[in-house]
Design a protein around this ligand. Structure first.
Ligand SMILES: *[C@@H]1O[C@H](CO)[C@@H](O)[C@H](O)[C@H]1NC(C)=O
Ligand SMILES: *[C@@H]1O[C@H](CO)[C@@H](O)[C@H](O)[C@H]1NC(C)=O
Ligand SMILES: *[C@@H]1O[C@H](CO)[C@@H](O)[C@H](O)[C@H]1NC(C)=O
Ligand SMILES: *[C@@H]1O[C@H](CO)[C@@H](O)[C@H](O)[C@H]1NC(C)=O
Ligand SMILES: *[C@@H]1O[C@H](CO)[C@@H](O)[C@H](O)[C@H]1NC(C)=O
Ligand SMILES: *[C@@H]1O[C@H](CO)[C@@H](O)[C@H](O)[C@H]1NC(C)=O
Ligand SMILES: *[C@@H]1O[C@H](CO)[C@@H](O)[C@H](O)[C@H]1NC(C)=O
Ligand SMILES: *[C@@H]1O[C@H](CO)[C@@H](O)[C@H](O)[C@H]1NC(C)=O
Ligand SMILES: *[C@@H]1O[C@H](CO)[C@@H](O)[C@H](O)[C@H]1NC(C)=O
Ligand SMILES: *[C@@H]1O[C@H](CO)[C@@H](O)[C@H](O)[C@H]1NC(C)=O
Ligand SMILES: *[C@@H]1O[C@H](CO)[C@@H](O)[C@H](O)[C@H]1NC(C)=O
Ligand SMILES: *[C@@H]1O[C@H](CO)[C@@H](O)[C@H](O)[C@H]1NC(C)=O
Length: 813
């Protein structure tokens, strides 16, 4: 349903308030990650918001985490499901059941793969004609050098793929329906049936993108044109996967069956369909349950005309309308604002609603009245920015996603961390669904009933995940035995309970466990749980200090988070280790070879991580002045890892030393140095849109304090915007008084009005230029952010009379 608030339209230039989708650039972040490229791994194909079906073309080269790369590599097909922005397996995840069109001649035979008949993956390498990749929300198209065009548009679990063959050709047109090649080439069994009329049903088992398990997936295809012949191809034998037996018929139905094997099979097999029409539309459905459900999803979701024909235009318009609704929740005057900022903002908002993916009705594991979501890949990536952004403008969607987290606990005992391809993926640090649930509690508990979220269950999910230790915390949960016994995460400790997991990343995990415990505290407080519980989790959330070695120094700064043995002695790691300028090659990933104690981050960076009590860090680091020097040093020495999540909180951390002016300048620098509208315009993996949501917050001049109702105030990159919240039924307009476009550069010139001088909410001065409350941001009415260019006044202003943003140590929350 399209929801555009009339109130917000009245506040913004009416003539420009339509078609925001045309402002989205889907190719930002699609540059190749090979050879030092940015590797945004963005998915640019067709999808509705939070879609299960993410239809797009797949390239033959790696890395290709989302299937697509915006370069001149050849493509191997168009497939139905993809990840968005994730790292992990460079071959990519999903990419199942691709179609591939070609013009040629195929006949029953058992012979080597001939150029004129190309069903196998090795021969399917079609170059795209330069510049023919076209994408907009809900639509993707590309054209081969041979002249064949592929287009697609989609619904949540279904869609259409259109092939247009060059008019001059009068050879036979074929479409391959590939059973065995996902992006990871991880086929380990499956079946296909194909009728002579071209009805195809498929099911296969593949390895998940980022985790130890395999999963099963199903699809259904039908075609709108008369079929000349249909049939199967398969490797003649498994040791020669490029030699094919082909069986084509105009009357017989055929099947393929490959029993599940515990090792990945190299076999090439699938369907082959011959047509003599020059334009052909395939309708598909996908399912995680069965191929018949995939077929019913297609029938149910693909709209038809009054003549019963598949209605391409209606599907595309519906998809476009859904996106228009999502994008219009952050409304700006697109004519008036800087066009680069407009493009960055709407492209980011678009990606930030691609995942998590709505797999409701597709849960293979338990029956439940609650929603089921996939691509929570991983909560570690998205808890910092994606969920806080959803909390502002997508409360209905967010409630469903939160319900899926709670339902994961209800049925497995733990909050899911990194569900990918319906299976538990790897835990990266803490159980970072905890801050997500804590944040929902503090923001929506009062109206949770109406949103269908059971708050007692949410709280119990938090407590269980905070207290219990799974037998193996590799894919879910935390090492709570250690955390509870030591009040830190000891190195080289064997858990007497027999519970196992990957015992690395001790310091990073402790920082995240602490925030997770703060989430329990926050939920307990808002839900009126016992004072004993509230204090217990508040106290435990301060245990990050137990990883703090005051004696470690680096660049003249003292006190850094470190690994620690069970006898209390610290194990030294140079704080520069695993930073971008680490002079020694270290493994900084999850594995046993990581001996730094930090995960994808350095001690320089993680020592800034305690969003719920930054005042403690300021104290440990020696007070405001040293803290500011230390943050400056972190940036100037190159320790800032713009392309990964542990860095997200640092550019605005000057706020906690009373220097929001320095945060404003730093964020200008980060945005214009690390982000852009080009294909390499993201500093690292988009990571299920964690980067997109981060950039959105920066541009709006807000930054969320995770698991709280506070947002830090920055200096917006637009002169005005309106946020709409459909649950509270509010529109809140932010206006920057004195907005100065000369500040839209990496280093604003002297006098440029980039510093926040005052903030009023509906005419009342808040007394803080550092923080706003969620209730104001979604409260409706008008927030005026006054900016000026007096750097000296800004430096001495501090946060204003209302004081610093909250910290558990100094109060407020
Ligand atoms: C909006 O823009 C999209 C993409 O450019 C286009 O497909 C669509 O037709 C436009 N819709 C309207 C209502 O103009
Ligand atoms: C593809 O692009 C690369 C890098 O720009 C270039 O070196 C290569 O020659 C191109 N290949 C083709 C087939 O155009
Ligand atoms: C069409 O097919 C006929 C018969 O096979 C052939 O003679 C003719 O050259 C073909 N035309 C084109 C444009 O390929
Ligand atoms: C392929 O065809 C050859 C020759 O007819 C036959 O020996 C072989 O078993 C067939 N392979 C499969 C997988 O059907
Ligand atoms: C597999 O097929 C290839 C090509 O036809 C043939 O050379 C080879 O001997 C076959 N291997 C087996 C084990 O049948
Ligand atoms: C090809 O083989 C299939 C299956 O063996 C058979 O049903 C079909 O009639 C054959 N087609 C032709 C054109 O010989
Ligand atoms: C797939 O999962 C099954 C059941 O968990 C397991 O037995 C099998 O080894 C797995 N296969 C692969 C290829 O990992
Ligand atoms: C998810 O799908 C269900 C079932 O169609 C639907 O009711 C719900 O609104 C969808 N939610 C989102 C966020 O897409
Ligand atoms: C730090 O160094 C001092 C002086 O050598 C020593 O007394 C103290 O125990 C050390 N602290 C830690 C935590 O190692
Ligand atoms: C603590 O344990 C570590 C690792 O076993 C050891 O190297 C260190 O000497 C111990 N410290 C003390 C004070 O026993
Ligand atoms: C740091 O600065 C803030 C804001 O100016 C101030 O409230 C606070 O007391 C200062 N802290 C210390 C330890 O000086
Ligand atoms: C928008 O801002 C960018 C970055 O400062 C600048 O390069 C560009 O010229 C501006 N665009 C317009 C239309 O002013």
């Amino acid at each position: 349903m399209v929801f555009v608030s009339l109130l917000s339209l009245s506040l913004i230039n009416l003539s420009n308030a339509t078609n925001l989708t045309s402002l989205v650039n889907l190719f930002i972040g699609t540059a190749s990650g090979a050879n030092g490229g940015s590797g945004g791994n963005v998915f640019p194909g067709a999808a509705v918001p939070h879609a299960m079906a993410k239809v797009g073309i797949d390239v033959s080269t790696t890395p290709r985490q989302a299937g697509y790369i915006h370069d001149n590599s050849s493509i191997t097909g168009i497939s139905l499901l993809h990840d968005e922005g994730t790292g992990g397996n460079t071959d990519g995840g999903y990419g199942v059941f691709p179609l591939f069109p070609f013009i040629g001649t195929c006949s029953n035979s058992s012979s080597v793969n001939r150029p004129e008949c190309e069903p196998g993956i090795a021969a399917r390498a079609a170059l795209r004609a330069a510049g023919t990749d076209v994408a907009s929300p809900g639509y993707f198209s590309t054209t081969f050098v041979s002249g064949i065009q592929i287009e697609t548009t989609s619904t949540r679990r279904a869609g259409l793929i259109r092939f247009t063959f060059p008019a001059s050709s009068n050879a036979t047109n074929y479409v391959v329906v590939d059973l065995t090649n996902d992006l990871g080439r991880s086929f380990s069994g499956g079946t296909m049936s194909i009728s002579s009329s071209g009805h195809v049903e498929l099911g296969g088992t593949f390895l998940q993108s980022y985790g130890p398990s395999n999963y099963s997936v199903f699809a259904c295809y039908d075609f709108d044109s008369p079929v000349l012949q249909a049939g199967t191809y398969q490797s003649a034998n498994s040791s020669s996967p490029t030699v094919f037996n082909i069986s084509l018929s105009s009357v017989n139905d055929m099947t393929l069956e490959f029993p599940f094997t515990s090792t990945v099979s190299p076999i090439q097999a699938g369907g082959l369909i011959a047509f003599n029409t020059s334009q052909l539309v395939a309708r598909f459905g996908v399912s995680m349950i069965s191929s018949s459900q995939a077929c019913s999803n297609a029938v149910e979701e693909v709209l038809t005309t009054s003549d019963g024909l598949w209605n391409w235009d209606a599907i595309m318009a519906a998809s476009n309308n859904e996106w228009e609704d999502v994008l219009s929740r952050v409304l700006i005057d697109v004519e008036k604002e800087n066009s680069t900022i407009v493009e960055l903002l709407y492209s980011s908002l678009y990606r930030a609603s691609l995942v998590p993916a709505n797999f409701t009705g597709e849960n293979p594991y338990w029956n439940s009245p609650f929603p089921f979501f996939d691509a929570m890949f991983c909560s570690w990536d998205v808890f910092r920015t994606v969920h806080p952004l959803l909390s502002l403008t997508s409360p209905q969607e967010w409630s469903q996603i939160v319900n899926a987290y709670i339902d994961g606990w209800r049925n497995t005992g733990y909050i899911p961390e990194c569900r990918a391809n319906t299976k538990a993926g790897y835990v990266q640090g803490g159980s970072d669904g905890m801050p997500i649930l804590g944040e929902f509690a503090v923001k929506y508990a009062a109206i949770a009933d109406g949103l269908g979220v059971a708050m007692d269950d949410l709280y119990q999910a938090l407590v269980d995940t905070a207290e219990n230790t799974p037998p193996n915390w590799l894919t879910v949960g935390r090492q709570n035995t250690a955390w509870r016994t030591f009040d830190y995460i000891p190195t080289d400790w064997v858990d007497p309970s027999g519970s196992v997991g990957l015992p690395t990343r001790e310091a990073s995990r402790a920082c995240e466990y602490a925030l997770g415990d703060f989430a329990v505290r926050q939920a307990g407080l808002v839900l009126n749980k016992s004072q004993v519980d509230i204090e217990k989790y508040a106290n435990r959330s301060m245990n990050f200090v137990n990883m703090w070695d005051p004696n470690v120094t680096s660049d003249g700064f003292s006190g850094f988070a470190q690994r620690r043995y069970q006898n209390g002695t610290f194990a030294f790691t140079d704080p520069v280790t695993c930073s971008p300028v680490d002079p020694i090659a270290h493994s900084c990933a999850r594995g046993d070879d990581n001996d730094s104690g930090f995960y994808e981050s350095s001690s320089w960076e993680m020592s800034f991580f305690a969003p719920h009590s930054v005042a403690t860090l300021v104290r440990l680091m020696g007070g405001n002045l040293t803290f500011v020097d230390r943050v400056n040093n972190y940036f100037s020495k190159g320790y800032f890892t713009a392309g990964n999540e542990p860095s997200f909180n640092v550019p605005s951390i000057y706020h906690y030393a009373g220097r929001p002016d320095l945060s404003a300048l730093r964020i200008r620098n980060v945005v214009f140095t690390d982000f852009g509208t080009q294909i390499g315009g993201i500093p690292g993996n988009d990571d299920s849109a964690a980067m997109a949501a981060l950039l959105t917050f920066h541009l709006l001049g807000l930054y969320p304090v995770q698991t709280s109702t506070q947002l830090l105030i920055g200096s917006p990159f637009v002169s005005s915007y309106t946020l709409t919240n459909a649950v509270f039924n509010t529109s809140t307009t932010f206006t920057v008084s004195g907005f100065d476009s000369t500040s839209l550069v990496a280093s604003p010139p002297s006098g440029s009005r980039v510093f926040v001088k005052s903030v009023t909410v509906n005419g009342v001065d808040t007394g803080s230029v550092c923080a706003l409350d969620f209730s104001d941001v979604v409260g409706g009415g008008e927030i005026v952010i006054e900016v000026d260019g007096d750097a000296i006044a800004a430096a001495s202003r501090g946060c204003g009379p209302a004081g610093l943003p909250y910290s558990l140590e100094t109060g407020g929350f």
